[in-house]
Design a protein around this ligand. Structure first.
Ligand code: OSB
Ligand code: MG
Length: 371
């Protein structure tokens, strides 16, 4: 039976983060993004979120490219297609190259509406067997180092299972030395967002002394060969984030020895179907994975939470509670983290209701498409 999608709504939202999020590539404060709403003939509503920023500093996509590709290419494909299962959507989009974040926003909404039609929680439909996931938090850089130490203390006390810290050249060894002096035992990931070069090898080697869980994306997005050289010189496992756009990228990285761990962001790999393929491949090849984040609102977060119930997500993801990011989220209930654990809601689909008043309040543009 076909999904029978009748309407697609594209909402553009502006939501401010409670705190500016500072990384080596820039600062995010005002979030400008899209929510895709897919409505079927029985008025089931599925939701997805686009995660690209206004500037192409994380990867190449932006809010404007997302809008262009959704309106002019991806939505028209869905308007004329007959879809029997959400896993068909990736193939339907194959004539459109890259633009994975735009694809994922629509694909994940179609998974949600299908789960609602099937009256199943999305995580169960995806094959998740556990209803609780362990989570960690990703902390941006702070101008004042004492503030960073306070935040680490605060999130550690709240029970987050591990802390991720952003590093960049000139903002690394000394900072980690002080963090380790104060917190000798906590689990730490560092994320460079591609800010180092292989010529920084001597600095990167010094990070081995801090017994980090991993170094995330030390080198540039396309530097798979250099990552392989670096991994051979380091004890600390490398995890790739920006470099991984597909299962094929994972296969190349593993063939070269570019990393030992994969950060899966469904939005970066074009949606849930590709994310599951990567998960399954990594499970088969003994490569641990974890779920990354893009400072999403509750809708994108709910998809990340559902995906994280799959068995090879053995490392806590970057999935903090709603209140870490926003004063008010657009879902209800909001995402709550208790002792570093999120309990999955058991309602059909993403399992969280839309907070319609909040969605309306943050919407600055809305466009409707019919099939
Ligand atoms: O590199 O993982 C990253 C946020 C925006 C863009 C890239 C990254 C991040 C984070 C925060 O580290 C993850 C989150 O809390 O959503
Ligand atoms: Mg990262």
């Amino acid at each position: 039976m076909s999904l029978n999608i009748k309407t697609i709504n594209l909402y553009r939202l502006n939501m401010n983060l409670r705190n500016p999020f500072v990384t080596s590539f820039g600062t995010v404060q005002a979030k400008d993004f899209f929510i895709v709403e897919v409505i079927d003939a029985a008025d089931n509503r599925g939701y997805g979120e686009s995660v690209a920023f206004n500037t192409p500093w994380y990867t190449a996509e932006t809010v404007e490219t997302t809008k262009h590709v959704l309106r002019d290419f991806l939505i028209p494909i869905i308007q004329t297609a007959t879809i029997n299962h959400p896993s068909e959507v990736t193939d339907l989009f194959a004539t459109i190259k890259q633009h994975h974040m735009a694809k994922a926003a629509l694909e994940s909404a179609i998974w949600d509406v299908y789960a609602k039609q099937s009256k199943l929680p999305l995580y169960q439909l995806l094959g998740g067997k556990r209803s609780k996931i362990d989570v960690g938090v990703s902390l941006g850089m702070e101008e004042n180092f004492a503030d960073l130490l306070d935040k680490i203390e605060q999130y550690n006390t709240q029970g987050y299972k591990r802390i991720k810290l952003k590093i960049m050249p000139g903002h690394d060894v000394e900072i980690l030395q002080q963090v380790r002096n104060k917190f000798p035992k906590i689990d730490i990931i560092v994320d460079a967002n591609g800010s180092y070069k292989l010529s920084d090898l001597e600095t990167l080697k010094q990070l081995d002394q801090f017994e980090l869980m991993m170094i995330e994306q030390p080198l540039a997005e396309d530097a798979l060969l250099d990552h392989a050289t670096l991994q051979k010189a380091l004890q600390t496992p490398i995890c790739l984030d920006e470099s991984i756009h597909s299962l094929a990228d994972v296969q190349i990285a593993m063939h070269l020895g570019s990393c030992r761990i994969i950060n899966i962001k469904q939005a970066r790999v074009g949606g849930i179907t590709e994310a599951i393929k990567i998960h399954d491949y990594c499970l088969e090849h003994d490569i641990p994975v974890w779920c990354g984040g893009m400072l999403e609102s509750g809708i994108g977060r709910a998809h990340n939470i559902a995906l994280s119930t799959l068995s090879n997500f053995t490392i806590p993801g970057d999935i903090a509670g709603s209140s870490h990011y926003f004063t008010e989220d657009i879902i209800t209930p909001e995402v709550v983290v208790e002792d570093g654990v999120i309990t999955l809601p058991d309602a059909p689909g993403i399992g969280y209701e839309i907070n319609q008043a909040a969605l309306d309040k943050y919407t600055v543009e809305k466009e409707t498409f019919h099939t």
